[in-house]
Design a protein around this ligand. Structure first.
Ligand SMILES: [Zn+2]
Length: 81
């Protein structure tokens, strides 16, 4: 059990991130911003600052970015089953 969880975490790191084209709530196109967001946060920038500068202002859109990792972990759990 514990081993399975660990494996899925490692696998998530190697997976290509998938983000919806648009925010599910307000319909703002966000896919083109995802690469920039990912690039900058991986370099250690604060996600909040990056989102501000990419003009991701609404909370619903921010959730799309911030929730992405958790969502992927859930998805990868399903894939294994
Ligand atoms: Zn939105």
């Amino acid at each position: 059990m514990g081993k399975l969880v660990q494996n899925s975490r490692n696998r998530t790191g190697d997976q290509k991130m998938i983000i919806p084209i648009r925010c599910w709530t307000c319909g703002k196109p966000i896919a083109h911003l995802w690469e920039k967001y990912k690039e900058r946060t991986e370099k250690g920038e604060n996600p909040k600052t990056v989102m501000d500068e990419l003009s991701i202002e609404r909370y619903c859109c921010r959730t799309m970015f911030l929730g992405q990792v958790d969502l992927l972990e859930i998805v990868s759990e399903f894939r294994k089953l």
